[in-house]
Design a protein around this ligand. Structure first.
Ligand code: FES
Length: 125
């Protein structure tokens, strides 16, 4: 484990532990968060959300929670989603149209591979 060098490091560790704990509480393997801020919705986040729910159902995936959040502050790449799987670093994707959402479900959730052309950020903020 790396050394804690600052209060910020410590806060990050706490944040991460809390999020993993929350995940465990839901009894799910992971969580997809769809940013539903003003520009997310304007960019089609509702369709993204619908596509994710459909893709999970079509593939019989029941251990991934789907939730909404406020904006992630990423106007320029909306619609955005965060994929958080147990024991892995969270991944934020941008330009997640309905079609791209289905691709993420297949490749990342089922195949455990990051969809690199849509990747915005990896790791805790
Ligand atoms: S409303 Fe655009 S990033 Fe929040």
């Amino acid at each position: 484990m790396s050394k804690v060098k600052s209060i910020e490091d410590l806060m990050k560790i706490k944040e991460k532990a809390l999020k993993e704990l929350q995940l465990r509480d839901t009894g799910k393997r992971g969580k997809i968060t769809v940013a539903m801020g003003t520009c997310g919705i304007a960019a089609g986040a509702k369709e993204t959300l619908r596509a994710i729910v459909e893709a999970l159902a079509e593939n019989n995936i029941n251990d991934i929670a789907v939730v909404q959040s406020g904006c992630m502050g990423l106007c320029e790449v909306e619609p955005t989603i965060e994929v958080r799987l147990e024991g892995q670093e969270p991944v934020v994707y941008g330009h997640v149209t309905a079609e791209n959402a289905k691709r993420i479900v297949k490749q990342h959730i089922l195949g455990n591979q990051i969809v690199s052309d849509l990747l915005v950020r990896k790791g805790e903020m």
